[in-house]
Design a protein around this ligand. Structure first.
Ligand SMILES: Nc1nc2c(c(=O)[nH]1)N[C@@H](CN(C=O)c1ccc(C(=O)N[C@@H](CCC(=O)O)C(=O)O)cc1)CN2
Length: 283
């Protein structure tokens, strides 16, 4: 079985950058299996994702990575190269609503999410039984009266499991600026509205009061600016005047779960590039 690798990179845009990178891959015998690229005219930045394997690699992988590093300097490549078999370690944070957690666990167990879920943390005990069923470590971290200490415990758990990604699967506590900086690009949240509409903790109540005809969910990277992080995936569903708040909440559960699991898969497959406050999705 060949080793599969994923090279995702971005650089100042100029003619020939893709040719120079693919030429280097060709010269070292890397067998390209998938490519995707985007040239952003607003930021003059080029984004690319190249999947390749080693069936015809002419040199040891270390020599290839040295050659890539040598190419990166003159082209100012900001890149990530990973063996696709090394699945990102994921810690999930949840409060009381279990629907996004259950969706992630079900898809993971079904093998359709290329991640390794290593632990669940929560400020409530409501989801403990679900994790016991999946034989997953469950860390109950109540807020009590010391939010700072609780957050330090959360980070300690993330580091204990050598986490690569923290997923806020309806975790209803605002992370501090320090933690957001520590986890920049490594924490994804599901917000239960079609951002930028209805930020905050109770978007369905806001939406019902406004009389919307569409509800939505937004998966985004977590930043210290609440509900302002780079958007990864958005899902929507049409509703009408007859919907109660409860019906909006339960209809929303499905689209929240879809948006979050899709965003986690895109991150795990290294298909997301940060482009300022936005994302480029390479599929
Ligand atoms: N730094 C960030 N932290 C979090 C974000 C984020 O975008 N940046 N998203 C939230 C999730 N969320 C909306 O999607 C959200 C969660 C909680 C609240 C809120 O007002 N929480 C209150 C406490 C509410 C409670 O205890 O039930 C608070 O923390 O004081 C707003 C939005 C996750 N964290």
């Amino acid at each position: 079985m060949n080793n599969q690798y994923i090279l995702t990179w971005q650089c100042p845009d100029s003619s020939g950058v893709l040719a120079k990178v693919t030429q280097a891959l060709f010269e070292h015998g890397a067998f390209i299996t998938e490519t995707s690229q985007y040239s952003d005219p607003y930021t003059d930045t080029f984004f690319s994702r190249i999947a390749f394997d080693d069936r015809q690699l002419k040199v040891p992988m270390e020599e290839f990575t040295d050659a890539l590093e040598a190419l990166a300097k003159p082209l100012q490549l900001h890149y990530q190269l990973r063996n696709a078999a090394q699945l990102p370690k994921v810690v999930i944070a949840v409060s009381k609503d279990e629907h996004c957690l259950v969706s992630l666990l079900t898809k993971w167990r079904a093998g359709v999410l290329p991640i390794d879920i290593v632990a669940v943390v929560s400020n409530h005990q409501k989801c403990e039984a679900i994790c016991q069923f999946h034989e997953l470590p469950y860390h109950y971290l109540p807020i009590a009266d010391d939010k700072v200490a609780q957050e330090q415990q959360l980070l300690a758990v993330f580091e204990q499991y050598q986490g690569d990604l923290l997923v806020l699967a309806r975790y209803m506590q605002i992370l501090s600026d320090q933690l957001c900086t520590r986890l920049a690009g490594k924490a994804i949240n599901i917000h239960h509205s079609f951002l930028p509409g209805f930020k905050g903790a109770r978007p369905y109540h806001q939406a019902h009061k406004r009389g919307v005809k569409i509800i939505g969910a937004t998966a985004h990277y977590v930043t210290s600016d609440l509900d302002e992080g780079p958007i990864i995936v958005q899902e929507v569903k049409a509703i009408d005047h007859s919907y109660t708040i409860e019906q909006m909440v339960h209809t929303g559960h499905d689209i929240e779960a879809i948006a979050l699991s899709r965003a986690v898969r895109l991150h795990a497959e290294q298909r997301i590039c940060l482009n300022g406050d936005k994302t480029v999705i390479l599929t």
